[in-house]
Structures are given as C-alpha cells and as structure tokens.
Design a protein around this ligand. Structure first.
Ligand code: 6GU
Length: 261
C-alpha cells in the first residue's frame, strides 16, 4: 500500500518510523511518503495561508501550493507504480464523516491513500472541488473535538489502517478478537501473578474450563459495553444478542440502575 501525506509539519509524522508501522515500512508492506507543503510555494517566506474572503477569524490555506503538491503526489505515485491508478484523498478535520473500524477495514484494501493535513481555519474549498475532478475525496473526523491540525489524526488513521494490511500484524487472530470488530468492547485481560497487591485474578480464568471462560468473557464484554457504550449495544439490536446475553444484561442493569440523563 502506498501512502502520501502532505503537511506543513513533516516532523509530526516521524513516529511512523517506529514500532509495527516502521517495521512494515522496512518490510516494504507500506510505502509512506511525507511531503512538505511549503516545498510547493514560490515566495521568499514560503507562505501557505491568507485571510478569508468574507472576513472572519483566522487564516485559510491558499489553493496554489495544495494544487501543486497534489499534482506532484499524483505524478510521483504514477512514476513509481504504473498499476496504481489514483489515490483516495482523505482530508482529516472535525467536519468529516466519522472514522470507524469499518472504514479502516475498507481503506486497508485500497492500494493508494493520500492525506491532506490542513491547519488554521482549513483549506480553500476549491482544492477539494478540483481534486474531486480526478480522485475520490473523503473528509474524515476522529471524533467530536477539535485538533490544531490533521497530523495527529493522520498518525491515528495510518496506524488503524496499516495494521489491517496483511502481514503488518504478525498474529492475524489478534485482529479478529478486538473491540469494534463485532460490535462489543473487549473483555478484561490478566496475566501472572495470580494475586497482586491483594487483587486476585478472577477464579474462572484459572479453572481451565474453556466453556466457562468463554461465557465469563462474553458477560464482561456485555457489561462493559452496556456501561461505557450503550450506543453500541443499541446498534447491535436484538439479532446481535441471544437469550443468555439478554439475561446477563438484565442482571447487570438490576445491579446498576441506569443513570437518568
Ligand atoms: Cl481528523 N482533524 C482535526 N484537525 N481535528 C479533528 C479531527 C481531525 N477529528 C476530530 N477533530
């Protein structure tokens, strides 16, 4: 998979040299290119922003450097790999569609992704209009809060996507048994010692009884999801839960009555 990131802070992306993603790059599973937007300016001050038409607070990123940077990415990608058609352009920002595990799974199947990191009040809208003439363009948000720029969001998205590319995570099984893969949060985990600072490991996990362990883990997933993410339980609906699940949830709710909002 080829990844291109355009940013005025290339150093922000340095962590992508580390850990699993760094290894995937060295193994040539991920071909990551970071581009400095200022390399596509032509004035002495390497200006990328200007005041907004219509007035208002803050600065807007000018379209010309973005146009040249995207032209460069398209040309460089095509030169490196004639089979790569065009990238899917992802634009991180708080006004995008929610980035989810399902979206990460879909994007992990694509051969070429490009990320446009905006700063200030955003990028001149015509950059998207122009890009959409040649490429699929998707605005994506990590959640309902505001970051100063897209770089930290790109770190998160690249990690979420790249770990789903075959070969990047050694143990493919560990990708399946995860929060957000099947609509429930993950169960709590424990390792040795069996007792630590007066806290014992739940006894069922030491029993060697696989059936009981599996039921306990399912119960804990239901309990956690009901407590932390009632929206996920609702989305799972009746079909996602069986009679035993409903009984666990009923007992859990009786123990801990819901707080009215
Ligand atoms: Cl993806 N980018 C920025 N700049 N802010 C955000 C975000 C993304 N997601 C939530 N807030």
């Amino acid at each position: 998979m080829r990844l291109d990131v355009i940013t005025i802070f290339p150093d922000y992306l340095a962590p992508l040299d580390l850990s699993l993603i760094g290894k995937a790059r060295r193994d040539r599973l991920i071909d990551l290119h970071v581009h400095d937007l200022r390399d596509f300016t032509h004035d002495r001050h390497r200006t990328v922003d200007d005041t907004p038409y219509g007035g208002g607070a803050g600065m807007v990123m000018r379209p010309e450097p973005w146009g040249e940077a995207l032209d460069h990415v398209l040309a460089a990608g095509a030169a490196d790999d004639a089979s790569a058609a065009v990238p899917h352009l992802l634009v991180p920002g708080p006004s995008g569609v929610p980035f989810t595990q399902a979206m990460a799974r879909r994007l992990a199947l694509e051969p070429w992704l490009a990320f446009a990191c905006g700063r200030y009040e955003g990028i001149d809208e015509r950059v998207y209009d122009e890009a959409r003439r040649h490429l699929p363009v998707t605005s994506v948000s990590l959640g309902d809060y505001v970051l100063n720029g897209g770089e930290v969001a790109v770190l998160a998205m690249v990690e979420a996507i790249a770990r789903l590319v075959p070969g990047v995570v050694g143990n493919a099984e560990s990708l399946v048994e995860e929060s957000h893969e099947d609509g429930l949060l993950e169960y709590p985990v424990y390792t040795k010692p069996a007792e630590w600072r007066g806290h014992p490991v739940p006894e069922v996990l030491l029993s060697g009884h696989h059936g009981k362990v599996a039921r306990w883990r399912r119960d804990e997933r239901l309990r956690r999801t009901a407590e932390r993410r009632p929206d996920m339980l609702a989305a799972l609906g009746e079909d996602g839960l069986d009679a035993a699940d409903h009984e666990v949830l009923r007992r859990f709710r009786a123990e801990r009555p819901a707080v009215a909002d």
